[in-house]
Design a protein around this ligand. Structure first.
Ligand SMILES: C[S@@+](CC[C@H](N)C(=O)[O-])C[C@H]1O[C@@H](n2cnc3c(N)ncnc32)[C@H](O)[C@@H]1O
Length: 355
């Protein structure tokens, strides 16, 4: 029996508040997912303010649901509420995250992925007791869409204008026409953007998921300089080699990340460059003890790590971090490893590796 009566009451109450914060965060994500799917967030992005009834009518939604959802979002600080007029307002600064995937801050992908990772709790609990994991396919086609809605918006705004130019000399070489591979390309957004921006480049997208490759192919029918193949990283041809290889949020998901890095190194031409985007974290837990760290380890245990372990993989985890990335790059035979601090965004780190 826990002797709760003799415990530090202040600490007990502080943890109660913290737990309420976890629970309300989870329900707020649920409400935001409903607002995303029902069109409420998109409507608020365009119209900003209204009473619950006006918003329900304008967005063609049921009034009772609209009021309850807006009330929850007001209590959570997502929308503002004026008690005198009954008007709810989504500030434009918040709409950036919720209303349109044209914004690089758009978080709609999280609203697809988080409910799906929560739906696999039973499987992860079973694996925690017996080993193994929950396979990538178990998360369903909605997860592929969520990854694309999660990573696509910032790729569309920053990949060509900010991320690629951060690698010295790369834009000139892309303009001249080099061979490019995006590994673990998912639904193909990054590969399509590169092929469109650099018509002289020969671009290839590779991903083990044939469902993702099917989406990618449907987006690239008019691009003569782009091909997609459902190859694992290790199946990517090493001859005639590539001048630029990219991967966006891929290496930590792999069953054998060490072999993959070695293969990428082999597939790079002598003057080639590998641009790797991964979650921005330290390899040491003590440096990740904050909300973003909690999010990263959480999504890792509930998706990234478990889907790797489901394939008898390494289960590297989303928080493998810069120090481990540098060590593994060295072991894979790369001669240089650089973190591009200038383009690190709030979630991701960018590394440049050279053979
Ligand atoms: C988090 S997603 C990132 C997708 C894409 N790069 C993006 O930014 O939207 C990781 C991708 O790695 C792919 N993947 C996992 N294991 C793979 C392997 N062994 N070879 C190739 N791709 C793999 C998955 O199918 C998935 O599309």
């Amino acid at each position: 029996m826990i002797e709760w009566k003799h415990m530090d009451r202040t600490k007990v109450e502080a943890f109660r508040e913290k737990f309420v914060g976890f629970a309300s965060g989870a329900t707020t994500i649920g409400l935001l997912a409903v607002a995303d799917r029902s069109g409420l967030s998109a409507y608020l992005g365009e119209h900003e303010s209204g009473t619950a009834e006006e918003i329900a009518e304008g967005a063609s939604l049921e009034a009772r649901y609209t009021r309850e959802i807006l009330s929850g979002l007001a209590a959570a600080g997502v929308v503002e509420y004026d008690a005198d007029t009954g008007v709810f307002t989504l500030p434009p600064e918040h709409a950036l995250f919720l209303s349109s995937d044209a914004s690089p801050y758009f978080m709609g992908g999280w609203l697809d992925m988080l409910p799906l990772v929560m739906s696999q709790i039973e499987g992860v609990a079973t694996a925690t007791v017996h080993g193994g994991g929950v396979g990538f396919e178990e998360f369903g086609p909605g997860f592929i869409k969520g990854i694309d809605r999660g990573n696509g918006p910032s790729q569309r705004v920053f990949l060509i204008k900010k991320w690629l130019p951060a690698v010295t000399g790369l834009i000139d070489r892309l303009d001249e026409g080099i061979r490019v591979a995006d590994v673990g390309c998912g639904s193909g957004t990054a590969a399509v953007l590169i092929a469109e921006a650099f018509p002289n480049a020969e671009v290839f997208g590779f991903d083990v998921s044939s469902d993702s490759i099917a989406v990618a192919r449907s987006r690239s029918e008019n691009l003569a300089n782009l091909e997609f193949h459902d190859y694992t990283v290790e199946e990517i041809p090493t001859e005639p080699g590539f001048d630029l290889i990219t991967s966006f949020d891929v290496i930590h998901d792999l069953a054998d990340p060490m072999a993959a890095l070695g293969h990428i190194r082999e597939a790079l031409r002598t003057a080639g460059v590998y641009l790797m985007m991964e979650p921005d974290a330290s390899s040491y837990l003590e440096n990740n003890l904050h909300d973003r760290g909690a999010l990263l380890y959480g999504i890792s245990a509930l998706h990234c790590m478990t889907q790797s372990l489901a394939r008898d993989g390494a289960g590297l985890g989303a928080a493998w971090g810069t120090e481990t990335a540098e060590r593994m790059a060295d072991e894979a035979g790369f001669s240089s490893f650089e973190k591009l601090d200038a383009i690190t965004n709030s979630f991701s780190a960018f590394y440049v590796l050279r053979p």
